[in-house]
Structures are given as C-alpha cells and as structure tokens.
Design a protein around this ligand. Sequence first.
Ligand code: TRP
Ligand code: ZN
Length: 472
Amino acid sequence: MKKFTILVVLSVLLSVQFAAAQDDAPQAGSSGLGDPYFPDLGNGGYDAEHYTISLIWDDETNNIEATTTVLAKANLDLITFNLDFGGFDIEHVLVDGTEATFTREERELAITPATPLRQDETFEVMVSYNGVPGEDVSDYYDVFARGWMRYPSGVYVASEPDGAAYWYPVNDHPLDKASYTFIITVPDAYTAAANGQLVSMVDNDDPTTTFTWEARDEMASYLATVNIAEFTEVTAAGPHDLPIRHYFPADKTDELTETFANFSDIIAYFETIIGPYPFEAAGAAVADVRLSFALETQTLILFGSDIALGRSGAEEVIAHELAHQWFGNSVSLAQWKDIWLNEGFATYLSMLWLEHSEGQNELLRQMNAYYTYLARSRRSTAPANPPQDNLFNDGVYLRGAWALHALRLSVGDAIFFDILRTYYDRFKYSNATTADFISVASEVSGEDQSDLLHGWLLDDKIPPKPKQTFKP
Ligand code: TRP
Ligand code: ZN
C-alpha cells in the first residue's frame, strides 16, 4: 500500500516536471504513432495537411527525380521531427525554405530545422530526392506492399499497409489523412493517372507531358496512387453527376468497358444502403499485368488486368473495392489490427450487391461456401486478431463478412442497415475501431452485441453456423 502511494506521488511529481520541461524546451516528435502492430509507422508531433508530389519518371530506368512538399501543422514545439521514407538519394531538405539537417535510419528520416517549430504553426517541408523506388531498401515489416511498382508496360502504385514511404516522404499511418497534389511528368507516349481529378496536362518542350492531379478529399497515405501506361481514358456518367473516369490499357478498352459496365449502378446501390459516395470522383485504373489483386486506392481503384478480365468474379471484386470507398477509405482504421473493419465490410457489401443484383440465393450460396471453407481452414484467423505478419488472411475477409451476416440474422434487416448507416455516418472522413463498431451495434439495436460479435471476431474457433432466416 505504502509502496503504491510512494509510486503515485513520484509519478505525479515526475509528470509535473515533464510538463514543465514540455512548456519551455522544444521536443522531438516521436518516430511512431504507437500502433500496436506497427509502432514506428507514422510520426508524432505534427499533422500532415497536404502533400505535393512532383516527379519526373524515366521509362528506361524507372528512376524518379522528385520533390515532395509536405504542409503540416506542429502539435507541440518541435526541435526535430520524422517522416517515414525509405530509399533514394536525398538531395535537400528545406523547412519553410531554409536548408535543414537530416539523418536517416532505415525508413525513418529525422529532420532538424534551422530554428525550432512553434506549436500550432503551419510549416512546409520540401524533400528533393532521386533514385529507383524500392532499390536498396529492406522490407521494414515484411508485409507485401512495396509502393511504386514497374511492370513491362508501365507503373502502378500499391502501398497497403506500409509501402507509401517507398516513394514519398510521409506520415505513414491512416490516423493522419491529408489531401494531395500530384505533378507527374512522363515520356509523351504515356498517360499518368492519380487520385482525384486531372486539372492540367501540359506538353513540355522536351518529349514529355506533365499531368497534374488534385485529390481534394483527405486520404490515408497507403491509398495514394500513380498509374503510368499507354492508357485510354473512358468516362461514364455517375449518379448525381459524380465524375467517373477509368484508365484502361489502350488495346483492351472495349473488353474493360464491358467489365466495368455497372460501376455506376453499384455506387448508386451502396448510396441507398450506406450514404452518399464520399469523394469527388470515382473510377478504375487497370494495370496490364498479372497482379492477382485489386486495391481500393481512393477515387481510382487499381486492378490487375487478370482480375478485371476473363474472370467471372470481376463484378464481385469491383463491388468489394467500391465498398472500400465508404469502409476503409472514408471510415479508416485507427490501428492495423482492425483491418477486418475494411476487409470484412467490403466482402459483405459485395455479397449485398450480389443479393441485390442476383437474388438472396446467390448471397446464401456464397456465404455457405465461405463458412464451409472457414470451418476447414487451418490458416484463417479470428478477424479482429490477425497475426501482425498476416493481416490479410482469409479469416479477416470471410469470417469478418460472416460477423456482419450473423449480426444481420440476429437483429433483422431494418436494424442491421440502421447500424451500418449509423456507424458510417458517425465515423466517415475519420477513424474507427472494432470497439466503436460494437458500441454502435449495441446502441442502435438496444441490446448488448458484444457476446455475439466477440464470438465471430475474436474466438479462435468459428461459432456454429446460425440458421439463415431473414427477419425484416
Ligand atoms: N485491400 C486489398 C483488398 O481490397 C488487399 C491488399 C492489401 C492489397 N494490401 C495490398 C492489394 C497491397 C494490393 C497491394 O482486398
Ligand atoms: Zn479489400
């Protein structure tokens, strides 16, 4: 007891001292945001507000000559701060136009401005660098995203969860979303497409063209993308004048236009069940390479041509990635461990689209197939407790979807869709946790849903399959 009191007194004293120190001396911003799975992802001490990424790409070497400017706001008086950034030769780092000193260890770039930054001050960090993205850097967390990827006919960028720092200096965590400008210069034959809207296309004196894209809606760093190839732009009419523009490999435009024919209908359907599409534009960029994946890059979804073509499941993947615009991109996770909030939701919403477009039997057929698979699988984990090095395992997707399905069967359709809408509305353009979802589910249904959801989300063993009768 006594020991305890002494400890308390001591820690109060220490924290008073610490607070005093904080008042007068500028601090170092931390090198991470404390994500339990990725403690060094992101940085403390400031909030990034806007990134301007300006680069010249060489198609022969895949070299980029780049300048990224980060507009940020200090959260405290800062003597040094970090950006996440791996690879490249860094030429200069300027803070508010003045040369700053910097050091680098792995993916942590530590910057010391000539004069400390004041709390609440907005400042601008400009980093100029060049090199081949991803060269001479080790995989930091050994997860599968490496950011900027060269393939025979172009470039795609896929960074989830930690690849953004391999092509631009960044506060690399979804907790710090920002808006972006991309100024991309490519040889004349190519088109560069990025998030947001194309605001200018300038044919330079040398044989290059500069494409400027503005992404006004804030986004998580892993959702930033640039796609370079010989593309044809295909536009379509979205609901309520939402601009839709797809970037398809020029020689596959007809087939792909067909694959993406109901893109707009899927958006309109999700709007009826969740809420208005959250961003300024929508569309797909198809990389002409066998990627065997798609990524929900904000407003410009990345598909490998193998996923988009000649596979009967393409529509389901399109619905999945579109669903991420609401769940994942607008409502973002606050920690990577909660990845099921992205993947389980997107998977179930793609099932809801199938139910809507093909009938309830189609949903049941798929959910039953998932259950059978999960009950046998030894690699699928509980959705809300995936291993750090296997975040995207089947349990996250399929059992995550089953968690929502089980909730729906238990509370009935009216309450279930009310839960979805309320959760979305409360956390849109922001971040949420599993606990946030469970508390909305309990609040809206008027019953504690933690037992049901913990069973589906956290138990090692999948719960028994419920009887699938739908209540209104
Ligand atoms: N989020 C992707 C999906 O919709 C999967 C994914 C995770 C991914 N990390 C990636 C895709 C990196 C491409 C690159 O399921
Ligand atoms: Zn997904």
